[in-house]
Design a protein around this ligand. Structure first.
Ligand code: MOS
Length: 722
């Protein structure tokens, strides 16, 4: 069995993504987007577009497709296109043209004439800071402000004033975008009142629910299919505009419809990561013990305030033992595209601020940055009684320092020819979560087994995890398991988001396997069956009775059954009242800045992670390496640049900088492996998001070590190091 089951299909072109579907009679849709940042559409002249060759339908807020509002417990409100005339950002979907061919739809879309009544637009976080409002409860899973003060201390200001050493600094992080390889897209087809939608997303069952709600159908009348997803890091959680539009247009026209965003449209007609401003004030004793930690955050959000990037809550709420803590989270609604979950929402930009500030504190104290972290190691989140279920961050530091050669770090870096070389480190944390999940476990008469759940594998390796955990739970070789996912017709799995998929689906597999084994034993020992009336046990894929055994396939064949299925379910429960749960890690970076050109490069990286049990080492390693690369990207490359008027200067992969192979050194990933069975029976915690957390700070800290220049914003560019 290959280490990644999907790998051969992906590298040979055999993996079928949404847009690879070609259905008989299929037609093509093209999305029209707004060209102003704020206002109302006064009119849309679609006469020329409607009479263009091959055009079958032109839809707009004046002649919309029928789509209902969509609200789900998982995501809250999901935006549904074409239902009103208000424009709140450049690049908002405002029309949809369907034609016989893609080219005809695109050409006709260019003929749509839109006139707007423009309104003033606010498109800069800096310009909006004065108008910031408190994040409403519900926007983050905690109140917007929180403070934990020790007895006798009346305010965080008092605690800071009493601190012998204080660091107070403001950090800024750029807005970012997911830019998945596979643009948001869909193929939708109706047959006998039932809709089938092929569209890459993070959970087939959630997609089916949202589409059913939008179209006013029973959930059972919608089937969402996504066996392969070309990248999804939060940006394919909600149903995309093309999926809603293709589904509704297909119903209106009675033809299968394919629709995809262009690369440029992906940057605006989906959602990205907020820009943030974060002020951190740390007060410490001279030995490094934290007396007070204050973290005030501001983030951009769209005018509907659909998502808050919870930087203060994501980091300062839990990372360090501090006697006094005060955090706040404010939002600045802007006329820019929506913001949403993006890999480690909160923790990724939050850790840049917190871990830069900790480095500044170490500097102010003349203390080793690792020593400072160890001194403030938290046994439980401040103000909460529940201890971490399993925390081996100190071991991550110890192993990391050893492997990376931290002892050779000089307080002012070193020179290597024309390069100034420095080392930096940072902590990584990401909460360990689970979602409810159900998985079907089927034993077949040919001694194979099926493991099935709706879910999604956005390249994270979940398909292989199903097979590995299924094999272990059924005590057979992984090669005998056929895993299936990415189809809402299968038992409702969790979602590939929040670093939850392995823990969620894995525990459900264990439950399903235990159930199906119980049923098998009952079948095997029933009257008339091969082990009638005997004490039977199960091991090694076999039913064992008095002095002999049969494979499960033999038992099924002997009892005239083609297969036996159980659906296992698992959800977070009582463990939440007993412990706090998180994955942990230590990030190490060596950075070089050229003495003359001031170019910054990352030359070595190491991440040591404590993520509980590792199920598939190769997939886990790639997840973490990918996350660490994303961290370098955030530190040195990525940033969405808004021009006056709310247009994006770099809404394409030429202008939106991401690292290429030459920008990334060899990456060393190491695990300290302590199965966390207090969190779930499988013992695995999440690894998807923690890889990126802390890296940007480690890069900035390494650059500071190399040059003495403290850059308090990302991305860090040449002009910051002059
Ligand atoms: Mo990720 S932000 O959990 O999809």
């Amino acid at each position: 069995m290959p280490a990644r089951l999907d790998a051969p299909l992906k590298v040979t072109g055999g993996a079928e993504y949404a847009l690879d579907r070609h259905l008989p009679g299929m037609v093509h849709g093209y999305v029209v987007v707004s060209t102003i940042a704020h206002g109302e559409i006064e009119s849309m002249d679609v006469t020329a577009a409607k009479s263009a060759p091959g055009v079958l339908g032109v839809y707009s807020p004046f002649d919309p497709l029928t789509l209902n509002p969509v609200t789900t417990p998982m995501f809250g409100d999901t935006w549904v296109p074409l239902q009103d005339k208000e424009v709140t950002y450049v690049g908002q979907p405002i029309g949809f043209v369907v034609a016989e061919t893609f080219e005809q739809a695109r050409d006709a879309a260019a003929l749509v004439e839109v006139s707007y009544r423009e309104l003033p637009a606010l498109t800069s976080l800096e310009d909006g800071l004065d108008t910031a409002v408190e994040a409403a409860p519900g926007h983050v899973d905690a109140p917007p402000t929180l403070s934990v003060l020790e007895d006798g201390v009346s305010s965080i200001e008092e605690a800071l004033a009493a601190s012998p050493v204080v660091v107070d600094a403001t950090y800024r992080t750029a807005a970012q975008h997911h830019t998945p390889m596979e643009p948001h897209s869909a193929v939708a087809a109706w047959a006998d009142g039932t809709l089938t939608v092929y569209s890459g997303n993070q959970a087939a069952n959630l997609q089916a629910v949202e589409l059913a709600m939008a179209l006013g159908l029973e959930p059972s009348a919608v089937r969402a299919v996504n066996p392969f997803v070309g990248g999804a890091f939060g940006g394919k959680g909600r149903t995309s505009a093309p999926a809603f539009l293709a589904a509704a247009a297909s119903r209106a026209l009675g033809r299968p419809v394919k629709a995809a965003l262009t690369r440029e449209q992906v940057f605006t007609a989906t959602a990205g990561r907020a820009a943030t401003v974060q002020r951190i004030t740390l007060g410490a004793e001279r030995d490094g013990t934290l007396v007070a930690l204050r973290h005030d955050s501001w983030c951009s959000t769209d005018s509907a305030r659909s998502f808050i990037e919870p930087t203060s809550h994501g980091t300062s709420r839990e990372w360090y033992a501090t006697r006094n803590l005060a955090i706040s989270q404010r939002i600045v609604p802007l006329h820019l595209p929506p913001t949403t979950f993006m890999r480690a929402p909160g923790e990724a930009p939050g850790s840049f601020a917190l871990e830069s500030a900790m480095d500044e504190l170490a500097d102010a104290l003349g203390m080793d940055p690792i020593e400072l972290r160890l001194r403030n190691n938290s046994l439980a989140p401040p103000g909460r009684d529940l201890q971490w279920s399993s925390k081996h961050l100190d071991e991550c530091f110890r192993i990391g320092a050893e492997r990376f050669g931290w002892a050779e770090r000089a307080p002012r870096g070193r020179a290597d020819g024309d390069w100034l070389v420095g080392m930096g480190m940072a902590v990584a944390m990401f909460p360990a979560l689970r979602f409810p999940a159900s998985v079907g476990v089927t034993l077949n008469a040919d001694d194979t087994a099926d493991i099935q759940t709706s879910g999604a594998d956005p390249g994270t390796g979940l398909l292989t995890v199903l097979s590995l955990v299924g094999a272990e739970s059924l005590d057979i070789a992984p090669g005998r398991i056929t895993p299936r996912l990415g189809d809402s017709a299968l038992p409702p799995g969790g979602m590939s988001g929040g670093s939850t998929a392995t823990a969620s689906a894995g525990t459900a597999i264990m439950a399903g396997a235990a159930q199906v084994i119980d049923e098998l034993l009952a079948v095997a020992s029933a009257p008339g069956a091969p082990f009638a009336g005997e004490e039977v046990t199960y091991a090694d894929g076999r039913v064992h009775g008095a002095g002999r055994s049969m494979t499960f396939g033999e038992v099924l064949r002997a009892t005239g059954r083609p297969s036996l299925t159980a659906v296992g379910s698992s959800a977070p429960g009582e463990e939440l009242t007993k412990h706090s749960f998180s994955s942990f890690g230590a990030q190490f970076v060596e950075a070089r800045v050229h003495r003359l050109t001031r170019e910054a490069r990352v030359s070595r990286m190491l991440g040591v992670f404590d993520g509980g049990r590792i199920i598939n080492e190769r997939a886990a390693r790639s997840q973490l390496q990918g996350g660490m690369i994303w961290g370098v990207s955030a530190a040195l490359h990525e940033g969405f640049e808004v021009e006056t008027g709310g247009r994006f200067a770099n809404a394409d992969l030429a202008g939106y900088l991401i690292p290429v192979n030459a920008d990334i050194p060899g990456i060393d990933v190491h695990f300290v492996e302590y199965p966390d069975t207090l969190h779930n029976d499988l013992g695995a915690r999440g690894l998807g998001e923690i890889g990126t957390v802390g890296v940007a700070a480690a890069v900035a800290n390494a650059i500071h070590n190399a040059t003495g220049i403290r850059v308090r914003h990302i991305p860090i560019r040449i002009e910051d190091l002059l």
